[in-house]
Design a protein around this ligand. Structure first.
Ligand SMILES: Cc1cc2nc3c(=O)[nH]c(=O)nc-3n(C[C@H](O)[C@H](O)[C@H](O)COP(=O)(O)O)c2cc1C
Length: 210
């Protein structure tokens, strides 16, 4: 499953069985989460009108002719994973966590006071883990999927679908049956994976060969 996953940027446009999509969302929910907080939410767009509204908000007609992955627009399902920072502040203030963080001193205790106190925003980590689980579930289901960023279109996506300010969309997953006839369904970025010794530091940082 892991080695079979590549981003798919072209779909055949055939609607997916809603039960399959639900299964992938349940799989995403099995992702690991800090303090088991599970501070993720998923906006699911699985009907043609909603999918069209998403693309209208993010890719104006005038830019479509130049868009390098036209087959991406045929994805029958779009999922926008959103991270909920406040869930972590609340969770780390709960009794079991609060006892442990109090015992560890002030720095950790601050986690229960404000999202800004978190050096590593676990809501982003966890939502990314859930998204990765969804991507791997898509491989298992014989589907294609592509995670992509929203960039400057985030406000338009928020407005089009009523995503509250408190939730941070981390990107969008396009989901569907791959259209292998379309070259753009293959990963466009041909950067090779470096040899493993270039990214692994054994024993101490700096041991990786360059
Ligand atoms: C955080 C993140 C953002 C990405 N944004 C985009 C994007 O905006 N458009 C896109 O086509 N692919 C995007 N990708 C997919 C990467 O380009 C892809 O994962 C990478 O080239 C490796 O290819 P592979 O996933 O097929 O192995 C993104 C991936 C990640 C993890």
């Amino acid at each position: 499953m892991v080695y079979g996953r590549r981003m798919c940027r072209s779909f055949d446009g055939i609607p997916l069985d809603p039960a399959v999509v639900d299964g992938l969302l349940l799989a995403a929910q099995r992702a690991p989460a800090a303090g088991n907080t599970q501070g993720w939410q998923f906006l699911v767009l699985d009907d043609p009108e909603a999918v069209a509204r998403y693309w209208a908000a993010t890719l104006p007609e005038s830019r479509r002719a130049r868009f390098p992955w036209p087959g991406l627009l045929r994805a029958p399902v779009l999922i926008v994973p959103c991270a909920d920072a406040s869930a972590y502040v609340t969770r780390y203030g709960e009794a079991d966590k609060a006892q442990r963080v109090a015992a560890s001193g002030g720095e950790k205790a601050a986690l229960a006071s404000t999202a800004e106190a978190w050096a590593v925003p676990y809501w982003m980590v966890d939502t990314a883990m859930a998204t990765m689980t969804l991507l791997l579930g898509a491989v298992d289901a014989g589907l294609g999927a592509c995670f992509f960023g929203q960039f400057e279109h985030e406000p338009a996506v928020r407005a089009a679908f009523g995503i509250p300010d408190a939730f941070q969309p981390i990107g969008t997953v396009a989901l569907g049956r791959p259209d292998y006839a379309d070259r753009s369904s293959r990963s466009v970025r041909q950067r090779p994976r470096p040899p493993i010794d270039h990214v692994v530091h054994r024993g101490r940082w700096g041991s990786a060969e360059r």
